[in-house]
Design a protein around this ligand. Structure first.
Ligand code: SAH
Length: 347
């Protein structure tokens, strides 16, 4: 048996490898891709069957005080068009989403000082009042423990905060000096302590990423055991310092989706819009490698192009209903079913 096959077998049997073993597995992935894909699909089917959960994404603001080197809405991008949705617009997105069958709403945005706790608390309360059977997920970046606490008490159920990379030196190459790996990790721990279902995650193929940094990401997922994990390819944005870097690949993203599913079988794992952006069948391929979530856009079409984290983002022209219908057909085509459920983590 080849060394890579032994590693794959160990991963399938024990859901764990050492950091060195993860790096070796990633390097020799061609030899074990199919084996791991098969195991990932079996794990996912045992827990979630052929269900695919949807999250209605509402992009509430493109203002951001941060300057992440990879991101198209970083504050230094003077050409980014900035917008923020009003509370009424956000509530309308949620109402429309509810009619379409969404039972989770994700409010995502740049780190916009306008969205204070005083503004977010009534908004979360009102969404939960109108739609008590829905989960509210926030993805609004780093905030204080107190802020996370107030938002949680207002009814927020889940929080997505990608760790971006579990290697501190790599983190420094992706972010400006005023941001810190330490604070990112502290935020994730605070969210967990407050009882949120927490999503971490990273970009695949981000500049300076190596099999060794990825091995740290996998070890982090092994120990943190996130309820959700968002991974998608890095896609360059023309107005950022990483404009000339190459995008992450479908192949490596799909491989890592399989590995993450095996490490932590109940994890909620999206086939991301970025994956659909680098390949027309990207989201289908993601599901077939172990993902079980898709996150269509519920933002008003008038603002969608302005929430441009990376170039060529798909689904910026369609209405929410079209996106839902399109994904239902795409999933049915590969034998999966989009369901109208909250899609909570099943431990
Ligand atoms: N500001 C919030 C959420 C918005 S960004 C936060 O910091 O969590 C959501 C995710 O998009 C980021 O975590 C990042 O991993 C991803 N992203 C940003 N720029 C990207 C790019 N150029 N290509 C692919 N993904 C990107």
């Amino acid at each position: 048996m080849k060394a890579s096959e032994k590693l794959a077998e160990k991963l399938i049997d024990t859901h764990s490898l050492t950091e060195e073993e993860y790096a070796a597995l990633i390097r020799s992935r061609e030899e074990v891709r199919d084996t791991l894909r098969g195991a990932a699909v079996r794990e996912r089917k045992a827990i979630y069957g052929n269900k695919v959960f949807t999250r209605g994404l509402i992009e509430i603001s493109s203002f951001c005080k941060n300057d992440c080197l990879y991101c198209g809405i970083r504050r230094s991008n003077a050409n980014a068009e900035r917008y923020r949705l009003t509370p009424d617009e956000i509530l309308e997105c949620a109402d429309r989403g509810y009619e379409l069958g969404f039972r989770t709403f994700v409010m995502q945005g740049g780190e916009d000082a306008y969205f204070t706790d005083e503004r977010l608390v009534p908004l979360i309360t009102e969404i939960k009042r109108r739609h008590p059977d829905c989960a509210v997920t926030l993805s609004l970046g780093e905030r204080s423990y107190d802020s996370y606490k107030r938002l949680r008490e207002a009814g927020a159920d889940r929080y997505l905060l990608r760790h971006e990379t579990a290697d501190e030196e790599h983190y420094k190459k992706l972010h400006p000096a005023e941001m810190s790996f330490e604070n990112r990790m502290r935020c994730l721990k605070n969210l967990r302590a407050l009882g949120y279902q927490v999503g971490c995650g990273f970009m695949v193929g981000s500049p300076f990423q190596t099999p060794e940094t990825l091995a740290k990401d996998l070890k982090f997922i092994e120990s943190f055991k996130p309820e959700m994990c968002g991974i998608g390819p890095f896609v360059p944005h023309h107005e950022t310092p990483f404009a000339k870097h190459t995008a992450g690949t479908l192949e490596l993203t799909c491989f890592l989706l399989s590995v993450i599913r095996i490490i932590h079988p109940p994890v909620l794992l999206p086939a991301t819009t970025a994956l659909g952006t680098i390949d027309p069948m990207g989201r289908e391929r993601g599901i077939l490698c172990g993902a079980n979530v898709v996150m269509p856009n519920l933002s008003p079409v008038s603002v969608r192009k302005k929430y441009e984290l990376y170039d060529n983002k798909i689904c910026t022209g369609e209405e929410a209903a079209e996106c839902r219908g399109c994904l239902e057909r795409r999933m049915a085509h590969i034998g999966y079913e989009i369901v109208s459920e909250r899609g909570d983590f099943l431990a």
